[in-house]
Ligand binder design. Sequence first.
Ligand SMILES: Nc1ncnc2c1ncn2[C@@H]1O[C@H](COP(=O)(O)OP(=O)(O)OP(=O)(O)O)[C@@H](O)[C@H]1O
Ligand SMILES: [Mg+2]
Length: 259
Amino acid sequence: MDRKGLILVKIGGNTLSKLSLFLSFIKTLYELGYDFVLLHGGGNEINSWMEKLGFEPKFVKGRRITDENTLKIVEMVLSGDIQGKVISEVKKAGLKVLGLNGKSIFKCKKLIIDNIDLGYVGEVVEVDVLPIRRLLEERYVVVTTSLGMDESGVSYNINADSAALALGISLKVDRLIFCTDVPGVILREDDKDKVLNKLSIEEAKKLIEEEKVFGGMIPKLESAIRAIENGVKTVQIWGGVDFSRAWNMEEGTLVYKAL
Ligand SMILES: Nc1ncnc2c1ncn2[C@@H]1O[C@H](COP(=O)(O)OP(=O)(O)OP(=O)(O)O)[C@@H](O)[C@H]1O
Ligand SMILES: [Mg+2]
């Protein structure tokens, strides 16, 4: 079969419940010759488990402060719970699937932002893409978590959008779609929320500088900008239910480089 391209889909925290809907169209694309890698976050589930266990989730610029207990919960939720759910959805859709613990592909180091110690939060320094390439050759849909490890075996929590960026660049994906719980990047104008259908990287940088985006949208937009700057042709932020509408760019925000 002619291979048409490699697509990386980042599954955000609460889009998991919509995954089965996305997968019917993803299967259509797969059958046309597109290959897929799915990388999942789990922000909302991690928060709710932290609260159940008596811990308070804390963030700096949209990144989770990760102490030892938090890391344990992050690992349990991502590897123990969410990945299994993603795998079973992909299987139910009738596709071949293999799940990877991000630790086996993401080599990272401790991330420091603004001199703040975020704990076990990692920044990717290298991605081992070989196992993924092999699996894609065999036409597996590859599912991975956003966990990582440094040279000495210390585990890290990587913001899933940052992990998707590193993976997208290393795999030279053709398209990166961030599926999230909002329809796209939203701007408030004249007391009305407007979803931007296009956003240049220059405008995106301005939105971050002017603090018009907050929380998890900061690392997401930063990752989208860097993906474009590093050669990913198509980058979208989307939060609908019908994946074909994202694919055809009828919904969501397309981040682009102005000529
Ligand atoms: N201008 C903006 N437009 C849209 N969303 C925004 C904006 N500013 C901040 N946000 C927030 O960003 C959030 C999306 O990021 P968030 O990290 O919460 O989810 P995710 O990245 O999809 O999931 P996960 O972190 O679990 O991988 C939205 O729910 C919204 O509250
Ligand atoms: Mg996020």
